[in-house]
Design a protein around this ligand. Structure first.
Ligand SMILES: Cc1ncc(COP(=O)(O)O)c(C=O)c1O
Length: 361
């Protein structure tokens, strides 16, 4: 056992409710049993109910990256456009290249959001099968205007997939505006790592039905076919994590989508007020700040490593910067998943105590 694990204010993995952790201790069931049919069938229904969508809900045993790669292979034979603005969205573009796609990149600079007109301009020049667009860029703390971008994609007869890996379950995302919405379990869904969710539209499923060379494990059509047969997976899923997801969805349904979103907004506001009061600055451009994670310019030049050492003594941990040269220039406070405004206040009080003792302010 690892002793003294700190409460996580990092942008994944995030805190998991104790009830959800404990449910994983149950005896494992066979993956070809009626119990599994009930379990996975229930999860799919709850996902659709919570997020208010009739899109197919597929749950893969994989982290989010697997489904990001799978989405490219299911939906594009060749031409993919990537709307990117940070480390994770750039990596998605690299995935397209690694899969031999003719991928183009619309790049908003670090800290900036991809704007609809940038996508429109790229689509005027060339026809794409798929737009792979970042929703919440976890490295820069930028939330992109994906609803408007989706309209542009659809006007250009292009499918749109969004990476909502670190926002789904915290931010308010209208699933039906997109063809694929991808999330990882270990972020705002507040589950342990190991599962990925994809909401898939009928148009995207139809595209996949006709796609060649789309791989095997992440084939949306195979996943759906097995689900439609008896609500099971084509291969052995992470059964214990599915117990956890089932219980977490019950907790989420109790809170409601709007309630969850509002709690996230409250936490975001607490962090924003603190940033301004303490003379730090936001890395994200104004108006495009993430609801689930704030990337903060390290204007006081503090050692984030030393800060974390002190915080860990108090049972908490935040995150250094990520990507390009942001590691020391920024730090990140995640306010996602099961954390509460009280948790955020406790973290900020501790940070203040430490920074005051260092004479930073
Ligand atoms: C925005 C974003 N996309 C993709 C990923 C990769 O997800 P995973 O680690 O679940 O594969 C991450 C991980 O932090 C992320 O934040």
């Amino acid at each position: 056992m690892i002793e003294n694990t700190p409460k996580l204010f990092i942008p994944g993995p995030t805190e998991v409710d104790e009830r959800v952790r404990l449910v994983m201790a149950q005896r494992v069931i066979g993956h070809r049993t009626s119990e599994m049919t009930d379990l996975y069938g229930g999860i799919v229904e709850k996902l659709q109910k919570f997020f208010g969508t009739k899109h197919y809900a597929l749950v893969f045993t994989s982290s989010g990256s697997g489904v990001m790669e799978g989405t490219i292979r299911n939906l594009a034979a060749k031409h993919v456009l990537h709307g990117a603005c940070g480390a994770f969205s750039k990596r998605w573009y690299e995935m397209s290249l690694a899969n031999d796609k003719e991928a183009d990149l619309v790049w908003a600079d670090w800290g900036k959001a991809v704007k609809p007109e940038m996508i429109a301009e790229a689509m005027e020049k060339k026809k794409y099968e798929l737009l792979a667009q970042i929703h919440n860029e976890t490295s820069t703390g930028v939330r992109n205007p994906t609803d408007e971008i989706a309209k542009i994609a659809h006007e250009n007869d292009t499918l749109i997939a969004i990476d909502a890996v670190s926002s789904l379950g915290g931010d308010m995302i209208k699933i039906d505006n997109y063809d694929v919405v991808i999330a990882s379990s270990q972020k705002a869904l507040a589950l342990p790592p190991g599962l990925a969710v994809a909401f898939v539209s009928e148009d995207a499923m139809e595209r996949s039905r006709n796609m060649k060379n789309k791989g095997f494990y992440f084939d949306f059509v195979r996943m759906l076919a097995r689900y439609e047969k008896n609500k099971q997976h084509p291969s052995t899923p992470a059964v214990s994590l599915l117990y956890a997801m089932d219980m977490q969805l019950d907790l989420m349904l109790k809170e409601g989508y709007q309630g969850r979103y509002e709690r996230h907004l409250k936490m975001q506001k607490l962090v924003h007020n603190w940033v301004k009061k303490r003379g730090f600055e936001f890395f994200a451009e104004p108006g495009y700040e993430s609801v689930t994670v704030t990337t903060i310019k390290n204007t006081h030049g503090i050692s984030v490593k030393e800060l974390n050492k002190e915080l860990i003594k108090r049972g908490m941990m935040l995150s250094n910067g990520y990507g390009s040269n942001l590691k020391e220039k920024t730090f990140r406070i995640a306010h996602m998943g099961q954390l509460t405004p009280a948790d955020i206040m406790a973290l900020l009080d501790s940070v203040d105590e430490i920074l005051e003792s260092w004479g930073v302010y």
